[in-house]
Design a protein around this ligand. Structure first.
Ligand SMILES: C[S@@+](CC[C@H](N)C(=O)[O-])C[C@H]1O[C@@H](n2cnc3c(N)ncnc32)[C@H](O)[C@@H]1O
Length: 351
């Protein structure tokens, strides 16, 4: 019989065959793991970060045996096909996800003798601290936007690393989808189905308009030295409304609470409100616009020193300036890497 405390801590809600899990200190999450893993193609910018940026930072140098932690590993494709290959001298990867269905999928689709997949909510310190000081490289892709207490989560990363250990992140700062959730929560058709405060689903960076400067200051305050900090605008064209709707629906936090008989109508409104923010191309195809942040940071030895003004800082100042358009903007268009297919046919980087 679970104790009252554990009941308070963990409430399972099972509706329409989806399972949503609420923890104290965890955002409401929903992933339809089957749809998610079918659409599981990393963006160009993620591939670039893993294959180019991290290697340029010396992550592949291989002179020390690496113990890597990947938090929010999802169905494991990124872990096994990209992250694993960065490290020629790998001892093991501890790949964690808060959702047990993601870990089951990862163990089934992407097993590897050097990858240990485990269910763990990174917001729960007690599940993580056994690795304190033992993780030489920490990585997390598209997950830290899901942390309710981001500063606490970054502090846990600091505690996991030994001096000179490094961490790399990519996570979402803004997307019109989160405005769509707020519209849906106010819409009389849908508000009665939503059993939680919609604000609990909105990343603080989106709600408060945080940019890279906010994170740089936070991380330096914890004691990290920033090696790379870059805001990237990802513009992704989906080939049809149906594909974009399926993608949104597969990750939408409200999906588990919408009864089957009104699902079609809900999907229509989800797309409508999202496109109100994200827009369409001239040819009518739907567009997803996500601002992400890329970070690479080192746990300094001893007392952390102040971030020196450098060319990187100059670059950041340019990206952050509200009138960056007036200062000029570099746009790169890139194609989906060979061997990857999927909806990400268009990508613009605004530096
Ligand atoms: C968008 S998926 C990204 C999966 C994978 N990293 C990728 O990029 O393909 C985000 C994952 O983070 C997990 N997640 C969210 N909050 C988490 C937390 N507090 N602790 C651990 N995992 C979490 C979700 O369950 C989900 O599988």
């Amino acid at each position: 019989m679970p104790s009252t405390a554990s009941l308070e801590k963990l409430v399972y809600i099972k509706i329409n065959s989806f399972v949503g899990v609420f923890h104290v200190n965890k955002m409401p999450l929903n992933y339809d793991v089957d749809i998610y893993s079918q659409l599981d193609n990393p963006w160009d910018s993620i591939v670039r970060f893993l294959n180019i940026t991290l290697r340029e930072m010396g992550w592949s140098n291989g002179d020390q045996e690496e113990v890597v932690m990947d938090v929010g590993c999802g169905p494991g494709r990124l872990t096994s096909e990209f992250i694993l290959r960065i490290f020629p001298n790998l001892k093991k990867i501890i790949a964690l996800d808060a959702e047990s269905n993601m870990i089951e999928k990862a163990r089934c689709l992407h097993p590897h003798p050097k990858i240990e997949y485990d269910v763990a909510n990174f917001e729960d310190r007690s599940l993580i601290e056994l690795w304190n000081g033992k993780i030489t490289k920490f990585i997390s892709v598209h997950c830290f936007n899901r942390m309710q207490d981001q500063k606490g989560a970054f502090q846990r990363v600091y505690d996991l690393l030994p001096p000179n250990g490094e961490a790399g992140f990519v996570f979402l700062l803004h997307n019109g989808y989160y405005d769509a959730l707020q519209y849906l929560a106010k819409d009389l058709k849908w508000c009665s189905y939503i059993p939680f405060d919609i604000e609990d689903c909105i990343p603080k960076s989106h709600a408060k308009g945080y940019t890279s400067f906010h994170y740089k200051k936070m991380l330096e305050g914890i004691g990290f030295e920033i090696r790379h900090c870059q805001q990237v605008q990802n513009v992704t064209t989906f080939l049809s409304d149906e594909l974009y709707t399926d993608f949104l629906y597969s990750v939408c936090e409200l999906t588990p609470y919408i009864p089957n008989d009104v699902k079609k109508d809900f999907k229509k409104d989800l797309l409508h409100y999202t496109l109100k923010q994200n827009g369409r191309n001239d040819d009518g195809t739907p567009v997803d616009r996500t601002t992400t942040l890329e970070l690479v940071q080192t746990k300094s030895r001893g007392i952390h020193h102040q971030y020196a003004e450098s060319s990187l800082f100059g670059f950041l100042a340019k990206t952050e300036c509200p009138c960056s358009r007036a200062h000029g903007q570099l746009s790169l268009t890139s194609r989906v890497p060979t061997g990857l297919s999927g909806p990400h046919v268009g990508m613009v980087w605004m530096l």
